[in-house]
Design a protein. Sequence first.
Length: 418
Amino acid sequence: MTAPVPSSPSCPHARGPVPLSGPRFQTDPGRLYRELRRDHGAVAPVVLDGDVPAWLVLDYRELHQVTSDPVLFSRDSDLWNQWDRIPADWPLLPMIGRKQPSILYTVGERHQQRAAMIATALESVDPFTLRRHAEGYADGLIDAFCGAGRTDIIAQYAMLLPVRVLVKIYGVPDEQGPGLVTALNDMIDGRERALAGQQHLAESMFGLIAAKRAEPGEDVVSRMLEDPSGFTDEEMAQDLMVMMAAGHQPTADWIGNSLRLMLTDERFAASLSGGRHSVAEAMNEVLWADTPSQNVAGRWASRDTHLGGRHIKAGDLLLLGLAAANADPQVHIDHTALTGGNSAHFSFGHGEHRCPFPAQEIAEVIARTGIEVLLDRLPDLDLAVPADALTRRPSPWLRGLTDLPVTFTPTPALGGTA
């Protein structure tokens, strides 16, 4: 991997690689991406933990090019030319794995088979049953704090709802939910607990597969096990880890980011009276302007090539700058106007490795139901702190709030069950 060698200080590529970490991801990553685009163009050199080099694809056109060519820009992480520099305890290994037999790193026909298996299993989830589960768990969570008149929406609601619904439809025992939330957060934050979180999630998924082989049920995992393609337990467990991680945390952040928008942006003030259309608009606006999935690792160049004026060497890692591409001024010009029904964002990826459509639908049902139930139950919900006091997690991968304190008129619990 090579860093650019500018011919003069005025060259737009003159500045050196930028660390893909630090407090700016908590404060204003949008400004950071704009500065990267200004200083480096469509593809910027960055460094990961341990000064490991990579490229961050910032512009919409270049990101579309990368995700549309799975041969030149492969998902096969074995191609990476930096593996000899990666220690066994590197905290980003859960995000950038080697020889992980999951759908994330499988290519070609085998990837197509696995994608079909997962899509078929997820399509079996009845949308009405899914919404009923989401409503029931949402009501149960709200019952725990509705009488207090104040709560933290992130810790007491958004971070708990998606995993509870997923646990239900996947067939995971309810009591394992809290431990899975902790493990998933540790993995995604990419810090000292990342590998331990990955280990806990793996053990849980292997245990679930064994239980469903012994006693199948009406759930996603049992349907995955019915697939005739001959996947091993390890392949199944790896795919379930991906599905659980991708299904929980981004959905939790989608709920949190959408509620933040509705509580702080006057364009959505009317929505707090229960308007359904404005909830959908807020959720779509978030996917464009405040997407939970900021950056994704990644793609690896299968040969030397050029992208966005850069010389990309064989084996170089390209990180997909989803948030930056969504904000590309060539695509999203008027940032004051609502995006409406425009769904041409990259928040669910693009190409053959994008988020499966049934998984996207499940996430949308959980997030929208969670927001609607909350606003129905607590219609005078209001932010308890100034908007500029809200903080984000430091992760460059997923963008979500650390907390969202709110106040409301205390109401009695419903006492229902999911």
